[in-house]
Design a protein around this ligand. Structure first.
Ligand code: PFF
Length: 445
């Protein structure tokens, strides 16, 4: 335990956990899944699931990590010695490994777009759909940038939580907020922008289907980084004097705000320029450059923006790699560096088929899905709900109520009634919602 590091300042944990939460989920995945699932209905479901299910589960992960004080697997061992619960941690660690293997593919695309903006590919009048197709289908290009993305991730995580992760987060998150707001203003003032606002905010109830509900639930978990033990791991570095309820709320609102901003940047522009909202993973890569080209110094601003997206993506990737490494080094910090390299490289290798599934292996499908889509489905729509359900049940049914209230409430001024409300939601509402959505969608997939 003596070697177990901790965040060096109060804001460190909030920034790191917010950095884990805010990433491709809000910026890339939210707009395109909202685009393919009818816009406003999806947004509404995502909002409800985030507040009522994902936030309480996130807080439960904080409780487990902070009270257990160790990596995701050992924290369960501390809280429930001799039980099978550490399997929840093991599942989370495996899921983070797989998650990073395909997350790094998209991270690589973003890196490639930074380079594109310096090599003259981003200019007014360019065919951004063709550029996206070229970017993701080139086997060499996608593997090269995915590898580069992994190298940066390994390099930072190798430095340990407070040195690497925390310092990077401090500078980058505020920058992202500022540019995003400027971009939303530009997008909202394009002619025809209001159709996009209506798409995002005015529900068409015919989209209210079980499949949409599961996707929205998965998105809420994905966006808050829960169900795969990453928040358990980060919270293990969190002091008992800190208010985890405040941190959880701040992270959730920041994340919802960025998702909303992403929607308010993308959809007005989609409608103003006549793009297709349901075009899938390419959405931001096609629409964003088009918006930037309508701004003075658009190419430069696009480069800066993409750089900030790279950082947001990296800070999420750090938490995935950290979850795996923390579990294998088991508090022995001397092993960190060598494990970071071995595990990081293994993740890259496992991710190769995902990278190729947008090009040479795009016809190779299992259950009608490419390898990339299949991994994404398994993690976001299966493992995350199961992980979140397990965390809720563990905290609210297995652990003793008084000790949870005491341990979770440490460092917080939150009134006891609210603490009890949180546990009540975890005990009944969250598990029921997850089970109902899950079972409903299974029958209709
Ligand atoms: N929350 C991250 C995003 O929205 O991009 C993704 C993520 C990070 C999921 C870490 C899970 C995780 F453990």
């Amino acid at each position: 335990m003596s070697n177990h590091s901790s965040w060096s300042s109060k804001i460190g944990f909030v920034l790191a956990a917010a950095g884990s939460a805010i990433g491709l989920g809000a910026i890339w995945k939210f707009p395109y899944t909202a685009g393919t699932n009818g816009g406003a209905v999806f947004f509404l479901l995502f909002l409800i699931f985030t507040i009522l299910v994902a936030l309480p589960v996130q807080l439960a992960e904080f409780y487990i990590g902070r009270t257990g004080g160790k990596n995701a697997i050992d924290s369960f061992k501390v809280l429930r010695p001799g039980s099978q619960w550490p399997w929840v941690g093991r599942m989370g660690v495996a899921a983070c490994f797989i998650l990073l293997s395909f997350y790094s593919v998209v991270g690589g695309w973003v890196l490639n777009y930074v380079v594109h903006s310096f090599t003259g590919e981003i200019h007014a009048g360019a065919d951004f759909e063709a550029l996206f197709g070229k970017t993701i289908s080139s086997p060499f290009g996608s593997l090269f940038y995915q590898g580069l993305f992994m190298l940066i991730t390994i390099w930072v995580v190798k430095g340990g939580v407070s040195d690497g992760i925390e310092k990077a987060n401090r500078v980058l998150m505020p920058g992202l907020f500022i540019l995003f707001i400027a971009l939303a203003i530009r997008s909202l003032t394009l002619p025809g922008a209001m159709d996009g606002v209506a798409f995002l905010l005015k529900p068409d109830w015919s989209y209210l289907k079980p499949g949409t509900m599961l996707t929205a639930l998965g998105q809420a978990f994905f966006a808050l980084s829960i169900g795969v033990s990453a928040m358990i791991t980060y919270a293990s570095y969190l002091g008992k004097d800190q208010d985890m309820f405040r941190s959880g709320h701040m992270i959730m609102w920041m994340n919802l705000f960025v998702s909303l901003l992403a929607g308010l940047v993308i959809f007005p522009a989609v409608f103003a320029f006549g793009f297709e909202p349901g075009q899938g993973p390419g959405l931001i890569f096609v629409v964003l450059p088009a918006v930037f080209m309508k701004m003075p110094m658009g190419t430069y601003l696009f480069a800066v923006f993409m750089l900030l997206v790279v950082f947001a993506t990296l800070t999420s990737a750090f938490s995935m790699l950290e979850t795996v490494i923390a579990a294998t080094i088991r508090q022995d910090e001397k092993k960190r560096s060598s494990h970071a390299w071995t595990i990081g490289i293994a993740i890259f290798v496992v991710g190769i088929p995902s990278a190729l599934s947008f090009g040479v292996w795009s016809d190779f499908k299992i259950f009608g899905k490419t390898i990339f889509d299949l991994w994404d489905f398994i993690i976001s729509a299966v493992i995350m709900p199961i992980g979140a359900l397990s965390v809720a049940v563990f905290t609210a049914w297995i652990q003793d109520k008084q000790s949870v209230l005491r341990d979770a409430g440490m460092g917080s001024t939150i009134p006891r009634q609210l603490l009890c409300l949180w546990l009540g939601v975890l005990r009944y509402l969250a598990p029921i919602a997850i089970i109902v959505v899950f079972i409903n969608s299974l029958g209709l997939i």
